[in-house]
Design a protein around this ligand. Structure first.
Ligand SMILES: [Zn+2]
Length: 294
């Protein structure tokens, strides 16, 4: 029998298919996929109000699917859902207290948790002997201790931190490279074998102001803050050797501070960060050389 208003194109026994591919048995619609899909009452094609969703499945080989369809602007729906699930509420990240890591993966994870975007500690493919392993872990933990102390004071950290063998800077236990915005800690330097002992020696020789190994890293972050955003010419100027009168003031800080403007700033930065006294003359030079505010 024919069903619906549209003339059937096929009729077998009591089964009919209309032009719009609606199927009828004894005049009752049994296969309404196309009708359901083309239904439009102003909400969009194939979209029904919740209370009027057609029964489903309509017939044994139903291939349709039912899915929730937002009728509002998708951006509004997303905003409402984000608000409902609290996705945009500010998360207060409290920097975890520093605890020395027992392996490199743990140390790297800690540095990342402080918000340093790019952290590479060690060279995974390189086989390290016990001495090298010890130096790497010492360097990682000392670096993390300093970074966590700096982060706790809200001081920006260098975006790239590398702890690796740096044969091109053999005389530096760490250095900051403005062109790469990277602080590199050199595990080849003997300092990292016994950082506490080495710090004591450097301090005893008045070479550095460092009172603990982490101060070596604070010194580098001082360079980072000093040199960040400065044009190359200013960076070169910062390396300018001190005049005899300036060097006289610098030596009152440390012998290293007397070498050039950049080192004076980094050494005074450590003293200021640690809340140790700095002479007025040294502060005057620190400000004149563009030392970072603290
Ligand atoms: Zn330096």
């Amino acid at each position: 029998m024919q069903g619906g208003k549209t003339p059937p194109t096929v009729e077998v026994f009591n089964f009919a298919v209309a032009d719009d591919n609606s199927y009828f048995a004894d005049g009752i619609a049994v296969h309404n996929c196309d009708r359901y899909a083309s239904h439009d009452e102003g909400l969009g094609r194939g979209v029904y109000p919740v209370r009027d969703v057609p029964s489903y499945p309509q017939h044994p080989h139903e291939r349709c699917t039912l899915a929730p369809a937002p009728v509002a602007d998708p951006r509004e729906v997303v905003a409402a859902l984000r608000s409902q699930f609290g996705l945009d509420e500010p998360t207060t990240t409290v920097a975890a207290a520093f605890v020395p890591a027992t392996d490199i993966a743990e140390a790297e994870a800690f540095a990342r948790s402080l918000g340093v975007p790019d952290v590479i500690y060690g060279e995974p493919r390189r086989r390290l002997d016990a001495v090298a392993k010890n130096a790497l872990l010492n360097a990682a933990n000392v670096t993390n201790e300093a970074l966590s102390e700096l982060a706790a004071r809200g001081i920006p950290l260098p975006p790239n931190v590398r702890i690796l063998r740096d044969p091109y800077n053999m005389n530096a236990m760490a250095h900051y490279q403005p062109s790469k915005d990277t602080m590199t800690v050199n595990t080849l330097h003997r300092f990292w074998r016994r950082p506490e002992v080495a710090t004591e020696e450097l301090r005893a020789a008045s070479w550095l102001v460092a009172e603990k190994p982490a101060d070596v890293i604070v010194h580098e972050v001082g360079h980072y803050l000093h040199l960040t955003g400065q044009p190359t010419s200013a960076i070169d100027a910062a390396r300018t050797v001190l005049t005899p009168a300036e060097a006289e003031v610098g030596i009152g800080v440390s012998r290293y501070a007397a070498t050039n403007q950049s080192e004076l700033v980094a050494e005074v930065f450590v003293q200021r960060f640690r809340g140790r006294p700095v002479s007025d003359d040294a502060m005057t030079l620190y400000r004149r050389f563009g030392g970072p505010d603290l």
